[in-house]
Design a binder for this molecule. Structure first.
Ligand SMILES: [Zn+2]
Length: 246
């Protein structure tokens, strides 16, 4: 059996272990979530230096132990240090890693999830003016990656295309008038357009303009994103409340 392997990973969180060690939770590109011990990492002059900080993108050499892996080597691919230097960006990144930690499975490769987290952290590392908009988008994009896609251009129930105005958390997006049940709220089309932009997998660069130019629609879309993800992933995310919002 091969006991050592090389993996790219993003540090999700770390815990102190004993006097000088740390347990590191990582999302790896090839093996999903990995929990590993970094020995001596808290000792001055450790060979890991500051390379295993939360949000860092690293290349690792891992040794498979009985319960936990062991980090043998770590090289920085992208430190994402700007995220940790400001409260708003680190609060936003904390939500991203909390949600990823919740959905990622140990031993299960999920490259789409890895690439999404990397893109979300890169967006925050560029010190955006309004980091919260990237959290809103990240939540809906992650939901889509794990199987809960938000429908915005076709009815979530009957798949009829059109400019529908009823928006449902539980049904999974917009509903046509025939499928909307009593109590489903009609919203302005600009709210649905904002939800569509948040969900669209490639449109990170269009997000700051949405936040600036359509604050009302953005605020409604953000509440929807949170409600959608908490409902379908069946969990409240603790870090969400700390993210500063305009
Ligand atoms: Zn319908």
């Amino acid at each position: 059996m091969v006991r050592t392997s090389r993996e790219q990973g993003i540090v999700l969180r770390t815990y102190k272990l004993g006097e000088t060690d740390r347990i590191v939770h990582l999302l790896t590109q090839g093996r999903g979530k990995v929990r590993a011990v970094a020995k001596g990492v808290r000792r001055p002059g450790s060979r890991f230096g500051g390379r295993l900080e939360p949000y860092s993108h690293v290349e690792l050499e891992l040794y498979a132990g009985r319960n936990l892996d062991r980090v043998l080597q770590a090289e920085l691919l992208a430190p994402h240090a700007a995220i940790r230097s400001e409260f708003a960006t680190s609060a936003a990144a904390a939500v991203m890693v909390e949600v990823v930690d919740h959905v990622a499975q140990e031993g299960e490769r999920d490259n789409a999830l890895f690439l999404l987290l990397r893109a979300g952290l890169q967006a925050l590392d560029a010190r955006p003016e309004d980091p919260a908009i990237f959290v809103d988008a990240f939540l809906l994009r992650l939901a889509s990656v794990v199987g809960f896609h938000v429908f915005t251009d076709a009815c979530a129930v009957c798949r009829t295309r059109g400019d529908h105005v009823f928006l449902s958390v539980t049904a999974g997006g917009v509903l046509c008038a025939a499928c909307a049940t009593t109590g489903t709220r009609a919203v302005d089309r600009e709210v649905i357009e904002a939800v569509a932009l948040l969900t669209s997998p490639t449109e990170w660069s269009a997000l700051p303009a949405l936040a600036r130019e359509r604050p009302r629609a953005r605020a409604r879309a953000a509440s929807y994103a949170r409600a959608f993800v908490e409902h379908h992933l069946d969990r409240r995310f603790r870090a969400y409340e700390a993210v500063p919002r305009p």
